[in-house]
Design a protein around this ligand. Structure first.
Ligand SMILES: [Zn+2]
Length: 163
């Protein structure tokens, strides 16, 4: 009898503290809230590689709307002398049933342009797979942003000189 109630109490305590430890999602100003979790993951992936990033300190806006042109899932505008770089993610793409991994690919690619100031990189491995998620998509290399290779691509995103 004593043992049973002890176990119940213990589980109750665990649930309570587990809930308490859950972090509230981070908010990003001038960024559509449907993109917040991706932006937070971008910061977390940078932090895991020893790079401190606060996207709220970047002069950056991000919105979701229909982009003209077939197959264009995202774009980054970096107007010269402008106040803010601007990311647009295509509404149809984001609402489609593509995987979260593919959505992350597109959003991280645009952050590569608009935040990391990276240009396109078309290099490929001997097997034809793209070395970078910063590939243009126009040239020949094959995307391989799978759960197995995700971390290698993110390593390259933040440290292209090592690849
Ligand atoms: Zn691009």
């Amino acid at each position: 009898m004593f043992k049973k109630s002890h176990i119940i109490f213990f589980l109750g305590l665990c649930f309570f503290s587990c809930n308490k430890e859950e972090k509230a999602p981070k908010e990003f100003t001038n960024v559509d809230e449907r993109l917040h979790s991706f932006f937070e993951n971008f910061e977390n992936e940078a932090a895991a590689r020893g790079i401190e990033i606060d996207l709220n300190e970047a002069i950056l806006t991000a919105s979701i709307s229909e982009i003209e042109g077939q197959g264009v899932a995202g774009q980054c505008s970096r107007p010269r002398n402008s106040i803010a770089n601007d990311i647009v993610i295509d509404e149809s793409f984001l609402n489609s049933n593509v995987s979260n991994l593919l959505k992350e690919f597109v959003i991280f690619h645009e952050l590569g342009h608009c935040f990391l100031q990276r240009e396109h990189r078309e290099d490929e491995y001997p097997n034809g797979n793209c070395i970078s998620i910063m590939r243009s998509g126009i040239d020949g290399c094959r995307d391989n942003y799978s759960s197995s290779f995700r971390s290698i691509y993110i390593d390259e995103l933040f440290d292209p000189d090592s690849f």
